[in-house]
Design a protein around this ligand. Sequence first.
Ligand SMILES: [Zn+2]
Length: 248
Amino acid sequence: MEDDQLLRYSRQLFLPQIDVQGQQRLLAARALIIGLGGLGSPAAMYLAAAGVGHLVLNDDDAVDLSNLQRQIIHRTEDLGRAKAVSAKHALERLNPDIQVTAACARLEQTELEQAVGEADVVLDCSDNFTTRFAINAASVKRGTPLITGAVIRFEGQMAVFTPAIEDSPCYNCLYLDRGEVMENCAQTGVIAPLPGIIGSMQALEAIKVILDIGKPLRQRLLLLDALTMEWHSVILRKNPKCPTCSGH
Ligand SMILES: [Zn+2]
């Protein structure tokens, strides 16, 4: 590691769980972030700042004025730009030490599977069920850990799925694919700092998964009620009849 890297990452290098070896592991890691909105903004910024060496950003949307209340990676001058490009630009200024790839088209089946398969960890920061189920299916197929987050109004939730570990549930064990349309922030609203909390936690869990340290939020769904600031966690079990992960 070079001198400026030792300084840049010094506050992580002090941590015995990380040290030089862990930092090198982060620098060699690749994370796929799907959705560069409220959740993806802080998630991508913390992963970039922490020195996760290659970030692949996927979003097919453009920055809109109504996004700026919570999607803090984008600036007013980015209005109209592709979110993946706007985010890439911000991350390169934050940490020129890492590689950032912007993918501005929706990743369909084969491309999605390939992108998920190439990543050490996938962060689902999307806002609709179709994308969530597609990411989950690719994660199960390729065995890539999936860190999912969601926010609406004053409510947040997150979970970590580790399909390569036996008896792990998947997103489809938790939610059935009934073709429902997810309530989203565009119609229902969300309080500004909430995606910041959940997205930052997704980044933290991603780092833990990459480094294999601590106890990731496996087999638990964490729920936050931001109005009362109460956290709950629900145990998740594999659904033996799950159409995605059960093999039936
Ligand atoms: Zn499942």
